[in-house]
Design a protein around this ligand. Structure first.
Ligand code: GTP
Ligand code: MG
Length: 571
């Protein structure tokens, strides 16, 4: 990419922000015990404010409102592969000032262009033409997904580019392990891992843009609706390549924000009655799903999964490469997202540890992208949060403590469940736990290597283990719907694998041979140490060798360590 058109980067999240986070760890560690985070003087009643809280932190509501507005001013353009960036931007700027833009590669080159003003998008769309195609069967649905053609040269095909455009995929585990092995400490490795995998600023913008494009489809029926991303796309724990969870929010239209009637005459909408809220949600998703499948350009392979506990439609958005799950009436999940985001923003070690544990779990097959008896990323994140609450002193507060700190504007009851917790970071007292991310990782493995899963349940609301209320191998209380177990799907074999892997990693973490930085490389192969060694294929707990070539790279010393561990377990 030409230097003059380097990709714009914000510092809210993305590569580069981890270093900033670590500086915050440092500042944080020097604060007094029990002191409050420097108070951000915002009115508690203004929940959706966009005022920056301390250290530039914003509430998820504020971030979402800002991002959604940016996405509305943006277009997604498929470009031909030899596009000259300067010429392209000059051509578009006829419609108005361009605020930000970036190019990315996904089986061809795409550009995300954010105009400074909404009118520019309208002007651009006004000037766009319907393609001349041989078939007459095109669906005349105009959207902000466009294609750039050069009629002079006849160039229109979008092949992979020879120019530099960012890929939107995660680096391979082997690449990351090489990078980790070049670091000088475990803490540096943890930071490096997070930086390698976290969603980039551009990827987050693209996620909001896809939501905005889909909103335009749903707006055909519900003009005032919004589509908001939730889950790992926005909670701060998203890894490049993670799915895009979307929530069709009709609250602004339906009775959720109903006005109190005033005396005298008034007009009401006549509305159709559904059989139940669930049936209405299923019908809405079914109809919107049909529109997405048949009208929305770029959306393919739609499946309606309407009988799930949380009905959804799943499809792929080809230009972005995102696997999308669209839900409606899923406000509890939005609340869980907000809670996870808050915990991640409270202390930078939370994100570092969640990222590292998620990556460790994925590498060892503890989690999977395929639904099944595996531990989910959400469950795993709750396990990390619980572990951090159990530190002495605790690193993060319990959910009950966050509820007790809530102001009147934070009150939230969804379907009878109390989802109240404080939204203002400034009101949350933190304690002076000074453990480093590397120490915490080791303690995490120790903690779960011997956790009494057979008797106890994990509960981040109380921050202490509770007696298991039901027979399930793994019981993790749903933070808001407290009678539910978020890990109900996990079977005994999967839990056993997880425990055995924790035991193995806890043991490896104590081996100075494995944990000592290896500065010298042998030939071109770096020796994997520290976190990279923990990500090597495991041989315990019936964990199969996943890939022969990966196994082949285990260093001799590590193999002998694992063999001795194996014999120790057998004894
Ligand atoms: P990945 O997609 O695996 O990266 O993580 P994710 O956090 O996005 O998980 P997932 O896509 O499975 O779910 C999206 C969001 O829905 C989560 O972040 C939670 O906020 C919520 N969620 C998922 N599973 C549960 C559950 O069992 N109970 C509750 N209350 N919320 C859930
Ligand atoms: Mg997700």
């Amino acid at each position: 990419m030409a230097a003059s058109y380097t990709v714009c980067r914000l510092q809210t999240r993305g590569r580069g922000s981890v270093a900033k986070c670590l500086r915050r760890v440092d500042t944080f560690l020097h604060r007094g015990i029990g002191t409050k985070v420097v108070a951000a003087q915002t009115e508690a009643a203004v929940k959706h404010d966009s005022v920056e809280k301390n250290d530039g932190r914003k509430s998820l509501y504020a971030v979402q409102a800002e991002r959604q507005e940016q996405a509305e001013r943006s277009v997604l353009i498929s470009c031909y592969s030899r596009i000259k960036h300067n010429m392209f931007l000059k051509y578009l700027s006829r419609h108005g000032d361009i605020k930000k833009h970036f190019f990315y590669e996904n089986n061809g080159v795409y550009a995300v262009v954010e105009f400074a003003r909404q009118e520019s998008v309208a002007s651009l769309l006004e000037g766009a033409s319907i393609p001349r195609v041989s078939q007459e069967s095109v669906v005349p649905f105009k959207s902000r997904l466009l294609s750039l053609r050069n009629l002079d040269s006849g160039e229109s095909s979008n092949r992979p580019s020879s120019q530099r455009a960012q890929p939107q995929t995660a680096p391979t585990i082997n690449d990351v392990m090489q990078r980790l092995s070049k670091q000088e400490s475990i803490d540096q490795q943890i930071t490096q891992l997070t930086e390698a995998y976290q969603l980039t600023e551009e990827n987050i913008s693209l996620r909001y843009l896809v939501c905005s494009l889909l909103k335009d489809v749903a707006a055909g029926y519900f003009p005032e609706c919004t589509i908001k991303p939730f889950g790992s796309s926005v909670n701060g724990f998203g890894k490049l390549g993670c799915d895009l969870d979307m929530f069709l929010d009709l609250d602004g239209i339906s009775g959720q924000n109903m006005k109190m009637p005033t005396p005298g005459l008034c007009l009401e909408y006549q509305l159709k009655m559904g059989n139940s809220e669930r049936a209405t949600t299923q019908n809405i998703l079914s109809v919107i799903g049909e529109c997405v499948e048949h009208f929305a350009p770029g959306c393919v392979g739609l499946h309606k999964i309407l009988n799930a506990r949380c009905p959804l439609v799943r499809f792929a958005h080809q230009p972005s490469g995102f696997q999308c799950d669209l839900t409606a009436n899923n406000r509890v999940a939005m609340k869980s997202t907000e809670l996870l985001y808050l915990y991640g923003e409270l202390d930078p070690r939370v994100r570092l540890l969640v990222f590292t544990v998620r990556c460790w779990a994925r590498t060892h097959g503890v989690t999977s992208s395929i639904p099944g008896a595996w531990i989910t990323n959400f469950s795993l994140t709750v396990m990390v949060l619980f572990f951090l609450q159990k530190r002495s002193p605790p690193i993060i507060p319990t959910l009950d403590e966050l509820r007790d700190l809530a102001g009147p504007a934070d009150k939230s009851v969804i379907e009878g469940n109390d989802c109240t917790f404080v939204s203002d970071f400034g009101n949350i007292p933190l304690h002076g736990n000074t453990a480093t991310p590397g120490q915490l990782l080791r303690e995490f493995f120790d903690f779960y290597a011997s956790f009494p899963f057979n008797k106890m349940s994990i509960c981040i609301r109380k921050g202490t283990e509770q007696n298991k209320p039901e027979v399930a191998p793994l019981h993790i209380q749903n933070p808001f719907e407290t009678s539910l177990n978020v890990s109900k799907n996990v079977n005994a074999a999967q839990l056993q694998r997880f425990t055995a892997l924790c035991q193995e990693s806890a043991w490896l973490s104590c081996q100075s041979q494995t944990m000592m930085p290896k500065s010298k490389s042998e030939g071109s192969n770096l020796q994997h140490w520290g976190l990279a060694a923990l990500l090597q294929p495991s041989r315990v707990a019936g964990v199969k060798r996943r890939k022969q070539r990966a196994v082949g790279r285990i260093s001799e010393s590590l193999q002998s360590v694992i063999e001795s561990l194996k014999s120790g377990i057998q004894q």
